[in-house]
Design a protein around this ligand. Structure first.
Ligand code: 1PR
Length: 559
């Protein structure tokens, strides 16, 4: 099979390349228009922005050859943006799509749910053929997108005729896969959908880009009727804090309230700050990432925690780690730390966009921005709007907002509620949600920090969360310096506060010590995902144990 992959230069295509190689197939990249003629099967993957995709294809003279290729009847598999370009237009952009399906791509409404639609959701077959197994089963697949092809046979009969599966998010039903003749497309990412996604790719590749024919379409089977809401499963994320140990090897470490050095029991409390022991070493990043993938983690997160120091792009060791992890992990991979403008040792300036681009090409699906997000929101405060230059804005513009996570490192600032007259009066938490006795009489606000908690800034977590959403972040990774490594449970007051102030997905992080803490955070705050580090590294709780506990409480999880 002459398999070709189309890379438009701004999506994470490496994940798909890794999946194909893992399945034992070879492929060639489309480098020039003439390559389309050599292809006997073509996959166009894409995470990112519709506009960027169309612009890149046009500028490189690839748009019309792509249309010709598809019209020639040779097998085509479009993933996410690669499926959306088949449509007439997208609400995301002024650029026109290929128009093969004469219907628009529309935005999700974010009135009753967070947008992007991010996570694992089911794909429901339309009219399955009796006695046959379809390449798409009812399993969960990984979605990440803000725009979709609505499944609405009355308004869009032409699109409905192409629909192969539908998926529901909130009350909206959209086309999650489509097929006709030589064309197959998925809104979800098979390359990021673990074993079921790899199996789907394998079936298409193994049959030289074809699936068995399917029956006529009818009404959706298994689609939850309008009126009932339906959401993706809650995600469980394993996080690895990575830094160099004193020997210079990159290791997974884990702090207590962000202090990652060993403490000797004999060190008096007064000297703890000075008694800098060795950096805790909990394992190798790539091996652990693979282990968590195999154990059922819904996403993997790698944070370069000392990148606030000089962190050039040239010879960046984290790139090699991401590259190796992406070859073994087939669920979404987020990389954080050091996503900022930087300068290489030879004086070459690198923008945050370039740094992020290097990580995406290495196989990351999302980048997580910490300190730079705080500075950007501080500027937003002074100018009233983004100036278009921040890392969040530049990366979201090219790669789409779903690829931009903001990692927040807040710390509680305790105040006397009777006398406090400061600017965060409206955000004060008075120890209500938290069960800890010691907190009940106290009040506090949450202050943001930079450089891994080393420096506090005059900005509250609420202002930061709202600000990064305005700038274009797609998700918030909400840490808590007070709870990090304590095992006493997530900071529910913090998480509920941020959740109610933003319309993008929120990941709860820091403090998980038992499986019940996950149940509690989902039930009491409604967050979309929960992340833990220490309990997984130390093997105290397995990911499966967390999911069993969630299922027992009827909280939907990917099995
Ligand atoms: O500022 O853009 O370079 O990003 C730096 C990144 O590194 C940020 O995401 C920041 O949160 C992270 N970071 C910096 N220093 C530390 C540290 O620990 N000394 N780690 C650090 C943050 C928090 C979580 C941790 C959870 C769960 N660690 O990542 O995994 O708290 O832990 P637990 O389940 O064991 O409680 P930039």
């Amino acid at each position: 099979m002459g398999l070709y992959l189309l890379d438009y230069g701004a999506g994470n295509v490496q994940s798909l390349a890794n999946s194909i190689m893992k399945l034992g197939y070879n492929f060639t990249w489309i480098a020039q228009p003439a390559d389309f003629a050599k292809a006997t099967a073509l996959i166009f993957p894409g995470v990112g922005a519709f506009e960027t995709a169309i612009e890149h294809l046009s500028n490189r003279g690839l748009l019309e050859p792509l249309r010709d290729y598809i019209n020639s009847g040779k097998p085509y598999f479009g993933i996410c943006i690669g499926m959306q370009v088949l449509f007439q237009s997208s609400a995301e952009s002024l650029s026109k799509g290929l128009g093969i399906i004469p219907c628009p791509i529309e935005a999700f409404d974010n009135i009753e749910k967070p947008v992007p639609h991010m996570g694992w959701n089911s794909a429901n077959l339309l009219n399955p053929v009796e006695g046959t197994t379809d390449p798409i089963d009812a399993s969960y697949y990984y979605f990440v997108h803000s725009y979709c092809a609505k499944y609405d046979p009355l308004r869009y009969p032409a699109a409905a005729e192409w629909a192969h599966t539908t998926t529901q998010y909130g009350q909206e039903i959209f086309i999650s896969s489509l097929r006709r003749g030589n064309i197959f497309g998925t809104q979800f990412h098979p390359e990021k959908s673990g074993a079921v996604g790899l199996a789907l790719l394998d079936k298409w590749l193994g049959n030289s880009g074809k699936f068995p024919p399917h029956s006529a379409f009818g009404m959706p089977r298994g689609v939850i009727s309008k009126g009932e809401k339906h959401y993706p499963t809650k995600r469980i994320i394993a996080c690895m804090d990575v830094r160099a140990n004193d020997e210079g090897d990159l290791v997974v470490t884990k702090g207590d309230q962000y202090d990652v050095r060993e403490r000797s029991d004999s060190t008096p409390d007064s000297l703890i700050a000075k008694a800098a022991g060795a950096v805790r070493n909990l394992g190798k990043p790539v091996a652990l990432a693979e282990r968590y993938y195999l154990m059922g983690a819904d996403e993997i997160c790698l944070l370069n925690i000392t990148s606030f120091r000089y962190s050039p792009l040239q010879d960046q060791p984290m790139l090699a780690i991401v590259r190796a992890a992406a070859e073994r992990v087939f669920v979404p991979l987020t990389i954080g730390g050091g996503i900022k403008d930087t300068v290489d040792p030879d004086g070459t300036k690198r923008s945050a966009l370039e740094v992020a681009g290097a990580y995406f090409r290495a196989g990351a699906d999302k980048v997580s921005i910490g300190s730079e997000a705080v500075y950007a929101v501080e500027r937003l405060r002074h100018h009233g709007k983004g100036d278009g230059t921040s890392a969040i804005e530049t990366i979201a513009r090219v790669y789409g907002r779903q690829a931009v996570v903001v990692s927040v490192d807040p710390r509680r600032v305790y105040v006397d509620p009777k006398t406090y007259e400061g600017p965060y009066k409206d955000e004060l938490v008075v120890g209500l949600l938290d069960s800890a006795e010691t907190e009940r009489e106290k009040a506090w606000w949450y202050q943001c920090t930079v450089s891994g908690g080393r420096e506090s800034r005059e900005i509250s977590v609420v202002e930061l969360a709202r600000g990064v959403e305005i700038l274009g972040a797609g998700e918030i990774l909400l840490n808590s310096i007070d709870r990090d490594g304590t095992g006493i449970g997530f900071d529910l007051a913090l998480i509920a506060l941020v959740k109610k102030n933003v319309g993008i997905p929120v990941i709860a992080s820091s403090g998980a010590g038992r499986a019940e803490h996950f149940t509690e955070v989902f039930e009491k705050t409604g967050v979309e995902a929960a992340l833990a580090a220490g309990i997984f590294h130390r093997g105290e709780v397995e990911i499966e144990g967390v999911k069993v506990a969630l299922r027992a409480k009827d909280i939907p999880v990917r099995v």
